[in-house]
Design a protein around this ligand. Structure first.
Ligand code: HEM
Length: 411
């Protein structure tokens, strides 16, 4: 684990990254026989790294900020000025605690209950039809998120919002026109969220005190000043959009069950198995390829001095498939989680380290609960999986099976 930091053979790796997609880092780590190397990506130099050791350095000790961490065109889709991910120190910890509260156990339980109701409705709506699970999932999860967050029914076109929220994630790695379209959609979604916050604050919309939109509308910053309307709006989207993004894991759960049919029976028999299955779905399938950070405090690692402003990229996909951590990483084996030690820097599809103090995703428990719940529902065969192209290209970020996982809903 103390190999020297290598160097990419190419003067710039942007093209290599676009060509290889999720496997870009994995191939370089293999060819250079190292777990860290210098490379230029998107015109900026930095260290690309993976594994438990790299993740501990990346997430521990408050060493990295997310400032200029991703190209601004992507940043404007996935987060925005003033959002939790752009904050550091006490301001970050304060805002993060709001997310941790909104996504605590009782709220996750309510989220799963809402999901059950919305799934039952959509199942009835599409009885007898063949539909792409990805799109149906986006709609179910949008309705789930709206009901759960306390947005009154009928105040928003849920199909349109589902399309907008999904487009933000789908276009995250696109450059040029696709990205501009998604940015325009994002601005419209932000305008809607800003109106919503204004209405809640003015008392035009009644919401229960435990709901997420009430929490965000009432939240202050770490000096107790109310959040500006635009910032509150951005955090509403930071809550709704990633819930909808769980649709990818619903798709991957069905993909896994279809390609490993023995799991269907196991999920039906044993509720504990669903949690391990959900974790293996999150480990095995591709979603966030890498996360990038900028050094805020100097430190030394592998005989290299990292100075403020230096950039590092942690390869999440490579860490989730690291042979030093996972036996037979290319096999889908939920059983592996029976013996897993729970080290936060090994299973990192949603980031590493601690959620409350670092930038790790606060929505992990919600993601696991919804994916596990859906896996159990799917195991009871509410639909068939018709013949289709099940291939998942690792060159396309974010990944999805070719046919978006078509399912034939039972009558
Ligand atoms: C952060 C992934 C679901 C809210 C992150 C990060 C990743 C991630 C990779 C960045 C970690 C870092 O910067 O080091 C995912 C994936 C999800 C998911 C793959 C499943 C679809 C959710 C859900 C929510 C959520 C359900 C909330 C409802 C957030 C927020 C942050 C974040 C607010 C920023 C945290 C911070 O900067 O402190 N997520 N996430 N995510 N996620 Fe998620």
């Amino acid at each position: 684990s103390d190999r020297a930091i290598g160097r990419s053979p190419a003067p710039d790796d942007t093209i290599a990254f676009l060509r290889s997609g999720y496997l870009y880092g994995t191939r370089r780590f293999r060819d250079l026989a190292t777990d860290a190397y210098d490379a230029r990506l998107g015109g900026i130099g930095g260290v690309v790294m993976y594994g438990r050791d790299a993740a501990s350095v990346f997430y521990g000790g408050d060493r990295f900020s997310r400032e200029r961490a991703i190209p601004t065109s992507v940043q404007h889709l996935l987060q925005d000025e003033g959002s939790v991910q752009t904050l550091e120190g006490p301001a970050h910890e304060h805002r993060k605690s709001m997310f941790m509260r909104m996504l605590d156990e009782p709220n996750v339980d309510r989220l799963v209950d809402e999901f059950d109701r919305e799934w039952a409705k959509v199942r009835a709506e599409h009885a007898g039809q063949t539909v792409p699970l990805y799109d149906v999932g986006n709609l179910v999860l949008t309705r789930t998120a709206l009901a759960w967050a306390g947005v009154p029914a009928g105040t928003v076109d849920d199909r349109e919002l589902a399309g907008r929220l999904a487009a933000m994630v789908d276009a995250a790695s696109a450059v040029g026109p696709v990205n501009w379209i998604a940015r325009a959609r994002r601005r419209r979604a932000e305008a809607w969220a800003a109106h919503l916050i204004a209405d809640v604050r003015a008392g035009h919309i009644e919401t229960a005190s435990h709901t997420a939109i009430r929490t965000i509308a009432d939240a202050g910053d770490h000096h107790d000043a109310p959040l500006p309307e635009e910032v509150a709006a951005v955090e509403v989207l930071n809550l709704l959009r990633p819930i909808v993004a769980i649709s990818r894991f619903l798709v991957f759960a069905v993909h896994a069950m279809h390609t490993h049919p023995a799991w269907r029976a196991r999920l039906d028999d044993d509720p504990e198995a669903a949690g391990r299955f959900a974790n293996e779905v999150r480990r095995f399938y591709p979603f966030f390829p890498v996360i990038s950070g900028t050094v805020r405090r100097s430190f030394e690692w592998r005989e290299r001095r990292f100075e403020p402003g230096d950039r590092a990229i942690l390869d999440l996909y490579a860490t989730n498939h690291d042979r030093r951590i996972w036996e037979e990483p290319r096999r889908f084996l939920p059983e592996r989680f029976e013996a897993w030690d729970g080290d936060p820097n090994t299973l990192v599809p949603q980031g590493g380290g601690a959620a409350a103090t670092g930038h790790r995703c606060p929505g992990e428990a919600a993601t696991i609960a919804l994916t596990a719940r859906f896996a159990r529902l799917a195991a009871s065969r509410p639909f068939e999986v018709p013949e289709q192209d099940l291939r998942i290209s690792l060159r396309h970020i974010p990944a999805l099976p070719m046919d978006r996982m078509r399912i034939a809903m039972r009558k």
